[in-house]
Design a protein around this ligand. Structure first.
Ligand code: HXC
Ligand code: NAP
Length: 288
């Protein structure tokens, strides 16, 4: 396994950031919250369930950070405004946002009910818009610079069978980040997307990696392992920091080349031991 302690960031990397993470009570959101707090950011987490949010705040405090939480349904504009108000009352003006909250499930598209499609699109696309517009308005009013990241997925650019509402919504979020990177540069607001491949979390794996799918997913990653949360959170920290001021409108994929493996005709050779693969290749080499 990788040892990221060999490449530590300065512990003050994010000391001037007050960061709000949607869906920060669980999974990748919680890992991002703890990492950013350990690098000096004040971190607020919001989501629908209070219990996981409170646990994350305790974890933030354990690493010496200042944390806060607010119950919030990102689909509801009033709830989003109230969450920002409550977080700003305890931590001060928010200048960074991670749109991380998501909903997803496997379903054949012909079987999707109206509400099933709505539910995912409203969490992912509308939720990201509601939060992005809210922080944008506040930053612009204060004439303050800001930084917005959206967690999409590696299939945001390609689409994906059997998770159509998520694929459509994530593509929309990506388009939103790219559009606003141009529109809001004048205000000093940077926007980027991060597109992870599979990272183990209860939320994602319990819903999506059913039956053989987890094994199949692992076979698509050339290094034959899923990503470590630390590998993702280091990327997040870099993109939120003053180390990346010229990076905006970008989508950084972090999938161990899973997407490339899937798209390359002869990538299957990577799963055959190299000596046998060479033998197979030389068998079809013309003899002199
Ligand atoms: C078909 C389903 C369904 C399923 C729910 N629905 N699950 N339809 N197959 N498996 C339908 C319901 O029947 C209902 O429609 C509608 O969706 C809304 O469901 P509710 O349970 O009422 O909605 P809600 O309580 O708002 O919950 C939203 C949710 C739920 C998305 C359905 O799963 C959730 O809360 N998820 C949050 C966490 C999450 O999904 N994390 C994974 C993120 S991973 P009807 O018509 O019956 O009313 C990810 C990328 C991973 O995004 C990529 C991995 C590589
Ligand atoms: P997760 O633990 O299920 O995270 C989803 C979070 O979103 C939960 O904390 C959930 O909390 C919150 N949420 C859902 N609906 C909400 C709503 N309406 N309002 C506010 N919060 C809401 O899954 P995860 O794997 O960590 O996923 C985090 C992000 O990474 C998502 O954007 C996902 O698409 C992306 N991603 C994950 C993977 C992976 O392999 N894990 C791969 C690619 C992309 P509540 O239920 O309490 O509201």
């Amino acid at each position: 396994m990788v040892n990221l302690d060999r490449f530590p960031f300065r512990q003050t990397l994010l000391e001037n950031r007050t960061l709000l993470i949607t869906g920060g009570g669980t999974g990748l959101g919680r890992s991002m919250a703890i990492k950013c707090a350990s690098l000096g950011a004040k971190v607020a987490v919001v989501g629908r369930r209070e219990e996981p949010l409170k646990i994350t705040v305790k974890e933030i405090e354990k690493v010496g950070g200042a944390g806060a939480c607010a119950q919030c349904d990102v689909r509801d504009v009033t709830s989003v405004k109230a969450a920002f108000d409550s977080i700003e009352a305890s931590l001060g003006p928010v200048n960074a946002l991670i749109n991380n909250a998501a909903g997803n499930f496997l379903c054949a598209s012909e079987d999707l009910s109206d509400n099933a499609f709505d539910s995912v699109v409203k969490i992912v696309l509308y939720g990201s818009f509601n939060c992005t517009r809210e922080i944008g308005r506040r930053l612009i009013k204060r004439e303050a610079e800001g930084n917005i990241l959206s967690i999409v997925t590696s299939y945001a650019s390609t689409g994906s069978a059997f998770v159509l509402p998520s694929a459509a919504a994530k593509a929309g979020v990506l388009a939103m980040m790219r559009s606003l990177a141009v529109e809001w540069a004048t205000y000093g607001i940077r926007l980027n997307a991060v597109a992870p491949g599979p990272f183990k979390t209860e939320g994602a794996f319990s819903r999506l990696m059913v039956g053989e799918l987890e094994k199949q997913a692992l076979r698509r990653v050339p290094s034959k392992r899923f990503g470590d949360h630390d590998e993702l959170t280091n990327l997040i920290a870099y993109l939120l920091s003053d180390a990346s001021p010229y990076q905006t409108g970008d989508c950084v994929t972090i999938d161990g080349a899973e997407g490339l493996f899937s798209g390359q005709q002869f990538s299957g050779f990577a799963h055959i031991d190299r000596a046998s693969a060479k033998e197979m290749m030389s068998a079809v080499k013309p003899k002199k």
